[in-house]
Design a protein around this ligand. Structure first.
Ligand code: NAP
Length: 306
């Protein structure tokens, strides 16, 4: 039923926000992928194969890549990490990416970002075979998404949409405000939510947006993809809105052996008192990104075979 003017989005019986459990939703997506891979291979097809390129010594990147390979193997997808020292040249990396694009056994290729400063990430991504670009970052896939054609959708935006769908949060006709306009999150998410079927009315904000709090308070669904801890405060939230926190920020925490903990872009404790739904960090959007990567890799294998 359409919302009436001044009608709170939040159903009256919620006292605090419903927590959207990204881990549980991601586990379900991964189980489904595993079951589909099992059927696929039982039909005589080769295991889908994902190649992940890791350059340099960034510990966070290495840990993300380990997680992606583990999750792939768990889903029955064959995966390898191709590791290169930070001194690899741009040309050498271009050759690697081009070669993987031509190898018949490789279904998906992922280049873990960021790359060292001397390598232009946009040049490397431009060299990917768009039909194996399971991260959806190649300009061909970005163009397909922007024009509503079939391609690969970047994993984090499709994870956000899957969380909304799973939580039965209606997007049709709803006002969505996204803070952040990156090619990785904000822009593709805006395109996706405008597609027929999702039918949201989307506003994208960035560092030059005026009256940001006011714009955010109009959102039925607010997505934060900024990269600044606790940036979104309770006074930016319309009561009952769904708040999706994409941010992953390290903040100092001397009580932890690592000396830090992860937190999102949203002031979770304060916002959950006002929002209708909220994603935690960790355990919200993050696990979905990996789950959607597996889904894209299976899709790549199926599309290349058909
Ligand atoms: P990004 O490329 O740095 O983009 C950040 C965006 O935030 C930019 O559009 C920037 O505006 C905007 N912004 C910065 N300060 C602002 C302000 N004061 N007011 C309004 N907008 C502001 O970052 P990203 O790659 O999109 O990532 C965003 C966050 O999501 C990071 O914490 C990242 O770690 C996290 N992330 C998480 C996942 C996941 O799996 N959960 C995946 C990807 C990214 P301008 O364009 O004007 O500079």
């Amino acid at each position: 039923m359409p919302l009436q003017a001044n009608q709170p989005y939040k159903p009256a019986f919620f006292e605090v926000a419903q927590i959207i459990d990204g881990k549980a939703v991601a586990a379900e997506v991964r189980r489904n992928v595993r079951a589909e891979v099992a059927v696929w291979t039982s039909e005589g097809h080769a295991q889908p194969y994902l190649a992940v390129i890791l350059v340099g010594e960034n510990p966070a990147s290495a840990s993300y890549v380990r997680g992606k390979i583990r999750a792939s193997q768990d889903a029955g997808i064959a995966g390898d990490t191709l590791t290169f020292g930070a001194n690899i040249t741009e040309q050498e990396l271009l050759d690697v990416v081009r070669d993987l694009g031509q190898q018949p056994n490789v279904d998906g290729i992922l280049v873990q970002l960021p790359l060292p400063d001397h390598i232009r990430a946009d040049r490397i991504i431009a060299e990917l075979n768009p039909d194996k670009d399971v991260d959806g970052l190649h300009v061909v896939n970005a163009g397909r998404l922007a024009t509503g054609q079939v391609g690969f959708i970047p994993c984090t935006p499709s994870g956000v949409v899957e969380l909304l769908r799973h939580s039965e949060i209606e997007t049709r006709g709803r006002r969505v405000v996204i803070i952040g306009r990156s090619n990785l999150v904000g822009r593709p998410l805006a395109s996706l939510l405008m597609h027929k079927g999702y039918d949201a009315t989307v506003t994208v904000c960035h560092s030059r947006t005026r009256n940001l709090s006011e714009v955010c308070r109009e959102a039925d669904i607010l997505v934060a993809a900024i990269g600044r801890a606790h940036f979104v405060s309770a006074d930016m939230i319309k009561p009952g809105a769904a708040v999706i926190d994409v941010g992953i920020n390290r903040i100092e925490d001397n009580s932890r052996p690592s000396g830090y903990r992860l937190t999102g872009d949203v002031d979770y404790e304060a916002v959950k008192e006002i929002a209708g739904w909220i994603t935690p960090v960790p355990g919200g959007v993050g696990p979905m990104t990996i789950a959607m990567l597996l889904q894209n890799t299976l899709l790549a294998a199926k599309r290349r075979t058909s």
